[in-house]
Write a protein that binds this ligand. Structure first.
Ligand SMILES: [Zn+2]
Length: 130
């Protein structure tokens, strides 16, 4: 079965993010990233001392590699639950065997379902991304 371009895009985004996050985790840090100081200084994952406003510094500390790895893991589980299955349904022209979502599919909703498309959109997918 050929994967829908949005699903392929999502899997590639997961692999790319996972690879970058694991590489970032492999650094032996001399100064561990920590909580931003009240004046906005923070050491980021590349050991750059950043002068940033407190919200920016908190963002950098809070959304590092472990957050990305956790998010990718959860999204892969969601994608596994929303897998395609064949069903008799409407293909836009008439009754036919179509791929629909195993979890939330409908005979009128071809795969990928809205959940999978929204996951892909979160990584930058648009209909023109094909
Ligand atoms: Zn679904």
């Amino acid at each position: 079965m050929v994967e829908h371009p949005a699903v392929d895009f999502l899997r590639q985004a997961h692999s790319r993010a996972e690879g970058l996050a694991r590489a970032a985790h492999s650094y032996k840090l001399v100064a561990a990233p920590g909580s931003p100081s009240p004046d906005g200084w923070v050491v980021d994952e590349a050991l750059c001392l950043l002068k940033a406003g407190a919200p920016t510094a908190e963002f950098i500390v809070g959304y590092g590699p472990s957050t990305v790895l956790r998010r990718v893991g959860v999204e892969r589980r969601i994608l596994a639950e929303h897998k395609p299955v064949e069903a008799v349904g409407y293909d836009g022209y008439g009754v036919a065997v179509i791929d629909t979502c195993d979890l939330c599919g409908s005979q009128y909703a071809p795969y990928p379902c809205r959940t999978v498309l929204l996951l892909a959109a979160g990584w930058g997918w648009t209909e023109g991304s094909e």
